[in-house]
Design a protein around this ligand. Sequence first.
Ligand code: UD2
Length: 312
Amino acid sequence: MNQYVVTGGAGFIGSAIVRSLLAEGAGKVVVIDNLLSGREENLEEVRARVELVRADIRDYEAIAPVIRGAAVVFHEAAIPSVPRSITEPIPSHDVNINGTFNVLRAAKEGGAGRVVYAASSSAYGDTEVLPKVEGMAPRPKSPYALQKLVGEYYGTVFADVYGVETVSLRYFNVYGPRQDPSSPYSGVLSLFMKAVLERTQPTIFGDGEQSRDFTYVEDVAGLNLKAARAKNVSGKVYNGGNGGRITLNQAWVLLQKIEGVEIAAKYGPPRAGDVRDSQADTTLAVRDLGHAPRFTFEAGMRATLEWYRTQR
Ligand code: UD2
């Protein structure tokens, strides 16, 4: 029996969950990853205690035996990125919706104990008020946002009609070591880190006054472990943010200050499907899951920048 299964476990967030599970005493963790964006190097320090199953969540027959009997499945495998879902809607639909359905179905058929699902703050879209509270009506603005929301809905329906325990965590712009900065679809802070270390100008889409509740990856991993243990939460959806918000302009100013350089950003046209402001209300996650983020934005940025420096 596989106690803990992490889909997308060779990825940026998935590998952080794997490390946290092992640090908290898990003997072994099973990773399902197709290594499309995940990298085996992300598991380097813990490789001996990880069983890596190279499989795609679109392939039910390949993943079902791995998920069978698991105590907890952390479902992180996805094709992220709002703009990628606009330019490449078919693979992102297939992975994010059909793949998630396969994971839930495998959990149901295989009697898995719980599925903790990586949902997204993008589901809210532009709300009239901040911070964003779980009870607000979702208004997805992109295929990606909609796909992640469908995954949540599926989770809740599987809990209600099949009794599969599911918990959805709406991540708020996760950043930190191992986030891949090599694609135009990469998370903005990873691109900022690369730019500041290479002394090049980052591009900011729009006026840079859009804001995000950037959340450090270790805090998200910690929240996942809490969501795996919490009682009476099945079928529910929780914000996994910090509760603050930072504009892109502020983030770039801070990074220049930390690095001791002055580099003006370039500004480009606003991006289609972009949410203007994002900030989590963490009340429910704190109350029901014991969510307790530890990293201030500056502490997370410093730790992340040091990691990128070591990779050069
Ligand atoms: C969304 C979700 C996030 C997560 C992520 C996965 C929201 C609020 N957040 O992140 O929770 O699910 O999708 O992909 O929907 N930008 C630049 N320059 C660049 C790259 C990006 O200015 O080179 C801007 C971009 O236009 C946006 C902000 O930076 O306003 C953040 O972009 P991102 O791609 O890092 O993440 P975002 O907010 O789409």
